[in-house]
Design a protein around this ligand. Structure first.
Ligand SMILES: Nc1nc2c(ncn2[C@@H]2O[C@H](COP(=O)(O)OP(=O)(O)O)[C@@H](O)[C@H]2O)c(=O)[nH]1
Ligand SMILES: [Mg+2]
Length: 263
């Protein structure tokens, strides 16, 4: 994993202040979406802070983030030097959020697919179900997808089925990216040796949490396909997810056979 090369430009000590919850929004070319999603997030969750983790988007998303941060003390920006993938952006964001003292750190996409209106239910599940990690889940009862092309639905369902079979994890939606972590959970995951760069980062985090014995709870969400901008999903992202899941599956099985697996 590469170290973050940039600092949050307003990284005063304890940006958290009285705020408990930090929502990290990773961005790459989300200029049409960023202001919309931050406004909507704060309409429904006025007390949360936001960290935009931008990979030096050529479309000016980083400047929009700076403008939002200048106007609202709840908004912070992490400028990264270039496109290094979702996983790397989140790892840098997690580190920043932990350093600043937030109690809960949330992952959420910039494109409106993760509805800020659903966040209170995710946060409530942390307390009510005594969870260490809450996953917004499209594939549990009550979850759904709206306007997703059939090809993406097949990829997501197929990917999750493969993850269940290869890794033996019981989760229905291990690839989703709308999640709430307690800080103790993030501290216990061993983030220092995470290598997943693309979307399989999400599987990696879920697998680590389950293996460490953390309580992982799935809460149904409605996932709405973006209206603006384009998806960053690519063949190489799918390929990385496939090969890493396969390797993890083998490692876990060999670990079990030799008694070295954690379960
Ligand atoms: N910082 C950063 N954000 C990314 C990267 N790839 C994707 N994202 C963000 O991750 C979120 C999900 O990406 P998206 O393209 O919507 O994926 P999809 O929903 O699976 O089609 C969005 O907020 C993207 O801007 C990346 O390499 N770096
Ligand atoms: Mg999306």
């Amino acid at each position: 994993m590469t170290a973050p090369t940039s600092q949050a430009d307003d990284a005063a000590p304890d940006a958290a202040g009285a705020a408990r919850v930090l929502v990290i929004i990773p961005t790459y070319n989300e200029s049409e979406n960023l202001e919309r999603i931050v406004t909507r997030l704060h309409t429904h969750n006025p007390d949360v802070h936001v960290l935009v983790a931008d990979d030096n988007s050529p479309d000016g998303t980083g400047e929009i983030a700076d403008k939002l941060a200048a106007a609202d003390a709840r908004v912070h920006v992490l400028h990264r030097k270039g496109k290094e993938g979702l996983g790397a952006a989140y790892l840098a964001g997690f580190r920043w959020g932990l350093d600043q003292g937030y109690a809960v750190i949330v992952e959420m996409d910039a494109d409106g697919s993760h509805r800020p209106e659903d966040l209170p239910r995710l946060l409530a599940a942390l307390d009510e179900q005594n969870a260490d990690l809450v996953l917004g889940s499209r594939w549990v009862r009550g979850g759904s997808v709206v306007n997703w092309p059939k090809s993406r639905e097949v990829l997501s369902r197929g990917g999750n089925l493969y993850v269940r079979l290869a890794i033996g994890m019981k989760l229905r939606d291990a690839t989703g990216g709308f999640r709430a972590f307690r800080r103790a959970t993030l501290e216990g995951l061993g983030l220092g040796d995470v290598e997943s760069a693309g979307y399989c980062f999400q599987v990696d985090m879920a697998r680590r949490a389950v293996r460490q014995g953390f309580k992982v709870v799935e809460v149904p969400i409605t996932f709405v396909e973006r209206e603006f901008g384009t998806s960053k999903m690519s063949g190489s992202i799918v390929y990385e997810a496939l090969w890493r899941s396969t390797v993890w599956g083998f490692q876990d099985r060999v670990g079990k056979l030799t008694g070295r697996g954690k379960g």
